[in-house]
Design a protein around this ligand. Structure first.
Ligand SMILES: *Cc1c(COP(=O)(O)O)cnc(C)c1O
Length: 392
């Protein structure tokens, strides 16, 4: 796809329709290939301000702090926990898939007392269960808004109220949902959230969009952040969303991944041009169209109606269909990547990304044709269902 030809490295042509990374549009790759400038260059500072503004719009927040943490989505998780959770804190953690499990592990490593509220993989956690866990005093509640391991969206309604009653923070992983599934952080009363660039934003992996509200920032000011790299009181000296001293010069903390920030800026411009709500609607249409087409091939969605995560369609494998003998050649011969199941769903599901550029008729048509062929099925009826879904 890229027009630049490197000297030695070569990579195969791939259509990325798995759980991420997602397809990176050519204009984002071009931004990535711009000349590297210095991390303290005022011109880069201007770009940083643009990126922060774009993140605020995309997160739907007025928070002063909206920055890309240097590192992948999981670095956003580290930044969140290191800054906002202290040893001995009681933290309610929703677990309904791999990423909730990961957070429960992370919280325990930081010395928190983890109160797990679980649902089976493939279902949302009932709000009432989370609210019930919030009866005794606690410091924070964490949920995964878009559980990429199962394709389930977790409703956020009612959680902020339960948290406020104990002056606890509401913390959210929106790695897969950001810019692909309806999400309004301020309306939902979320205190801090992290994401990743390689899902619905269609930028390469390597940055973690991260936002923290005023209530949560209070916790950072206790000077007890155990991580040097992720300590917001230091990082913000560079990103200068320093509310107390807005005109202060940017201070070196670490060398920002300059070119990744270019790529993110271009990706955010694409979100702005399309409009966030139009983008959410396109993902909803793409999800439903592909769900209809795959159902014709007996690949039925795991998530029940109303619990689906638009950017990630997880489908059950029909009896007699083996995962790897199909998913393997789909990648190596057809050049199409989809993801296998995880945890209890390993070998029993496929996870198909409906993310950004991938949420369009052309890539979906290519996938449906190739999958039908590998399953020994005629693609006609499935392709009809796909176009009907897009026409709806
Ligand atoms: C991808 C993902 C992560 C982890 O992001 P990395 O970029 O792989 O570190 C965390 N949470 C969810 C929900 C994800 O989909």
């Amino acid at each position: 796809m890229t027009t630049l030809s490197p000297l030695t490295v070569s990579v195969p042509d791939r259509l990325l329709l798995g759980s991420g990374p997602s397809p990176v549009p050519e204009r984002v790759l071009r931004a990535l290939a711009l000349p590297t400038i210095g991390h303290l260059d005022p011109a880069f500072g201007t770009l940083m301000d643009e990126v922060a503004a774009g993140l605020r719009t995309t997160f739907r927040t007025q928070n002063a702090v909206a920055i890309p943490v240097s590192g992948t989505g999981s670095a956003g998780m580290e930044a969140m926990v290191a800054n906002l959770v202290r040893p001995g804190d009681r933290v309610i953690c929703g677990v309904h898939g791999l990423f909730g499990e990961r957070m429960a592990d992370e919280l325990a490593r930081h010395g928190a007392t983890v109160v797990r509220v679980e649902a089976e993989w493939g279902r949302a956690i009932p709000t009432a269960a989370l609210v019930a866990a919030a009866e005794d005093p606690f410091a924070a509640m964490f949920v995964v808004h878009g559980e990429t391991s199962t394709g389930v969206a977790q409703p956020l309604d009612g959680l902020a109220e339960a948290c406020r009653a104990h002056d606890a923070l509401l913390l959210v992983d929106c790695v897969t949902s950001l810019a692909g599934h309806p999400l309004d952080l301020d309306a939902a009363g979320v205190d801090a959230a992290f994401s990743g660039t390689q899902k619905c934003l269609n930028a390469p992996p390597g940055l973690a969009p991260f936002t923290v509200g005023e209530r949560a920032l209070e916790r950072v000011r206790d000077g007890r952040v155990p991580s040097w790299y992720f300590d917001l009181s230091l990082v913000l000296g560079y990103w200068t969303t320093d509310v107390d001293a807005p005109t202060r010069a940017r201070a070196y903390h670490h060398t920002a991944p300059i070119n990744l920030v270019y790529a993110l800026a271009e990706a955010l411009a694409m979100v702005r041009e399309e409009g966030l709500e139009a983008r959410w609607a396109r993902h909803a249409t793409a999800h439903e169209a592909l769900r209809g087409a795959l159902a014709v091939l007996d690949l039925h969605r795991l998530a029940p109606d109303g619990e689906q995560l638009h950017p990630l369609l997880a489908v059950r494998l029909p009896d007699g269909v083996d995962d790897v003998p199909i998913r393997g050649p789909l990648l190596t011969e057809d050049g199409i990547e989809i993801s296998g199941g995880l945890g209890p769903l390993a070998g029993r599901t496929w996870r198909i990304g409906v993310m950004g550029e991938g949420a369009n008729p052309e890539p979906q048509e290519r996938l449906v044709r190739a999958l039908a062929a590998r399953l020994g099925r005629d693609p006609g009826e499935a392709l009809d269902a796909l176009s009907a879904g897009w026409a709806a």
